[in-house]
Ligand binder design. Structure first.
Ligand SMILES: NC(=O)c1ccc[n+]([C@@H]2O[C@H](COP(=O)([O-])OP(=O)(O)OC[C@H]3O[C@@H](n4cnc5c(N)ncnc54)[C@H](O)[C@@H]3O)[C@@H](O)[C@H]2O)c1
Ligand SMILES: [Zn+2]
Ligand SMILES: [Zn+2]
Length: 339
């Protein structure tokens, strides 16, 4: 089958590999659609691990149901791209995101389990979720990132009337803005370095104000507009400037949720955090329940995720899409691959 492999720094190439077969009862899925995630961009920039086949935001049809007696060939599905052990305390209490095994065999996140940038993939049987008829294959690719944003906003504990700042207007930030609105936030602002994306965000309806992160006065402006700082700041970029912006703009006693994955050690304004007694909350992935909730929210049209999809491309256009998405100048939010 055809796939796309990571071959080095900023280098993705088409390759031909063997089609996966069911192992330990896994479900084999013919991939219909797969989203390009901001985390995939980090792998692209870092160029490692070599030979990785990305793609953890997938949907498709079952070609081999493996050990799943309730599934048949042709069923429409998505899946959690993770590999929790289901035995440890975290797994038993529904917090698969804490399990030490969660990322070891992740679909499109490990060398042992190739992802959706390919014609077929293998997903652990217990991680496969059936799609309701009303959720399209494209909509289903947004379940995974929506669940990330839902988890982050749940951890932010947004109250009715809160002022919320989202830093970074990629899909994770924009979905976090939608959930902040659903939770009753009355002032939702976005801070962005890429103004094309920022202006587009204003049109989707959840973000009310845009702050230009390139402006030297941006922190003062945000503090002034929020009347001394935001109750909750959700950082969705993964770099030291964005984490610093979050610490500087949260109000005393407020909460910063870190969703962006800054992979190296970074330098941040600790004194401001100490003096303001801020709460710092990490957020990784989602619980199984939050993933299922997002399928339901899309089915019931509580959230409309397909509006974020800007283009649908073949495997041969993946390299170009990554160049575009890492340019810092694109207004594309989500590009979906149809292998
Ligand atoms: N914690 C998790 O479980 C989890 C899951 C998925 C993604 N992520 C991470 O979340 C982050 C966002 O994901 P995405 O898919 O939306 O990525 P993305 O790359 O599409 O969006 C990030 C946005 O941040 C903006 N930005 C960069 N530096 C900035 C700064 N200093 N101030 C303001 N804006 C800035 C960029 O212009 C870009 O629009 C990534 O780091 C990704 O790895 C985390
Ligand atoms: Zn992702
Ligand atoms: Zn576990």
């Amino acid at each position: 089958m055809k796939c796309v492999k990571l071959k080095g720094v900023r280098d993705l190439q088409i390759a031909t590999i063997k089609k996966p077969v069911s192992v330990d009862g896994s479900v084999i899925i013919r991939v219909k659609a797969c989203g390009i995630c901001g985390s995939d961009l980090h792998y692209f920039e870092g160029g490692a691990p070599l030979e990785l086949i990305l793609g953890h935001e997938f949907s498709g049809v079952v070609v081999d149901p493996g050990s799943r007696k309730d599934l048949k060939v042709g069923d429409r599905v998505t899946g959690l791209p993770i590999s929790p052990c289901m035995k440890c305390e975290a797994c038993r209490t529904g917090n698969v995101q804490y399990c030490p095994e969660t990322w070891t065999n992740g679909v499109g996140l490990s060398l042992t389990n190739s992802g959706g940038y390919a014609e077929y993939l293998s997903c652990r049987a217990d991680m496969v979720k059936k799609l309701p008829d009303k959720v399209t294959f494209y909509g289903a690719t947004l379940v995974e990132p929506s669940a990330v944003s839902l988890h982050a906003t749940n951890l932010a504990k947004i109250n009715v009337g809160d002022k919320v700042l989202i830093i970074g207007g990629g899909i994770i930030g924009l979905m976090a803005a939608e959930f902040a609105r659903l939770n009753g936030a009355t002032y939702i602002a976005l801070m962005e370095t890429n103004l094309k994306r920022g202006k587009k965000a204003l049109r989707y309806g959840s973000v009310q104000e845009l702050f230009n992160a390139n402006d030297k006065e941006v922190i003062n402006k945000a503090l002034k507009k929020s009347n001394g700082g935001f109750d909750k700041v959700i950082e969705c970029c993964g770099n030291q400037y964005a984490v610093s912006e979050a610490i500087m703009t949260v109000k005393p006693g407020g909460t910063v949720v870190l969703v962006g994955v800054a992979t190296g050690n970074i330098s941040i304004p600790v004194v401001a955090g100490v003096m303001k007694e801020i709460n710092m909350q990490g957020a990784i992935a989602y619980t199984e329940k939050e993933f299922e909730t997002c399928i339901e929210l899309i089915e019931k049209k509580v959230i409309n995720v397909e509006k974020y999809i800007d283009s649908k491309i073949g495997l041969d256009k993946v390299q170009d899409a990554f160049v575009d998405l890492t340019s810092g100048k694109t207004d594309n939010i989500k590009i979906v691959i149809k292998p």
